[in-house]
Design a protein around this ligand. Structure first.
Ligand code: 8YV
Length: 311
């Protein structure tokens, strides 16, 4: 008998095939597997889920035998880590392997906004080339880029930004000793000292809406916001207002509150490039992430501590 596990959101087929080979996989997103899932609830010892999806406390309560929640990502904001620990449930993530791809998407969003890449694509397809004017872009070179949250992803973004000739500064909750970039005293001081503000900060209760109307005003009329962190770190009312009234110049956003049903006002926000939470979504990285999820679940069933436990 294969042990029962719960899969909260789809993974790569290659990874799901390996899960299916080792376990009876109940797919929470598949209505056809609901009846079998209900039957298996008392036996499920492992959950695999996404960083942006996590596992609600309500679901944790439905699983009395749960021993590991393997997150296919690095964000732990959608899992109550304390509740998990109190029940002796290990929560694991996929550190390291997605850092470069997430930083790359930050650069892609930044360039897409500064150089009107998405606008240009529609312009050509719409047959406007040769008849209508196309706006000049802005060069990243020489611009001040502020990184809010200088963890692995923030640092990887900073190294890339330097290669584009940008002048890097940051704000981080705790002191950082292994970079030479300028440290700013507060998120507000960072925004005041930046042309581009990049969000790479972990989502916690303390960072909810950390980017508010005041920060956006400080970023200013020529400022651009890039978010590769979580929607919850931005006050979306303030952001939409700032984009629409010209308080800031534009935004490149991979993450939103209430994904995937995001606020439709984003669809018409000026100079804004939207991505459906894809920063870690490359074949190479999703294989590496999937390997870690497999290893963490396998360790649990082998009676070992899962290798990348975070709680
Ligand atoms: C998701 C992420 O895990 O790392 C994170 O925290 O948000 C992403 O990498 C991925 O989209 C799968 O849900």
């Amino acid at each position: 008998m294969k042990p029962d596990i719960l899969l909260v959101e789809p993974m790569m087929k290659l990874i799901e095939d390996r899960l299916d080979a080792a376990y009876t996989v109940h797919r929470l997103y598949d209505p056809a597997s609901r009846a079998a899932l209900e039957q298996a609830l008392p036996n499920i010892r492992a959950v695999a889920t996404g960083g942006g999806t996590g596992l609600s406390s309500e679901w944790m309560e439905k699983l009395p035998s749960l021993g590991v929640i393997a997150i296919n990502g690095v964000g732990t904001d959608k899992v109550d880590l304390k509740l998990a620990r109190s029940r002796n449930i290990d929560v694991t993530t996929t550190p390291g392997v997605l850092t470069d791809d997430v930083a790359d998407l930050g650069i892609a969003l930044l360039l897409a906004v500064l150089r009107h890449v998405v606008k240009g694509d529609s312009f050509v397809r719409d047959g406007k080339w040769g008849t209508d004017p196309f706006p000049l872009g802005h060069s990243p070179k020489g611009k001040r880029v502020g990184i809010l949250g200088l963890g692995q992803i923030g640092k990887a973004f900073g190294r890339r930004a330097e290669a584009f000739g940008m002048d890097v500064r940051y704000w981080n909750r705790s002191p950082i000793t292994d970079v030479a970039w300028k440290s700013c005293a507060s998120p507000l001081a960072l925004a005041e000292d930046s042309d581009i503000l990049v969000l790479a900060i972990a989502a916690t209760a303390a960072t909810e809406n950390i980017v508010n109307a005041g920060i956006l005003k400080a970023l200013g009329q020529t400022g651009v916001l890039v978010n590769i962190a979580r929607g919850s770190v931005v006050d979306e009312d303030a952001l939409l207002a700032a984009l629409n009234d010209g308080t800031i110049a534009g935004a490149g956003l991979d993450v939103f509150v209430n994904e995937p049903k995001i606020r439709e006002e984003f669809f018409t926000a000026p100079n804004t490039v939207l991505m459906p939470h894809q920063a870690s979504a490359t074949v190479e990285t999703r294989i590496a992430m999937g390997e870690l999820v497999l290893a963490n679940i396998a360790a649990h069933f082998a009676g070992e501590k899962p290798p990348t436990t975070v709680n």
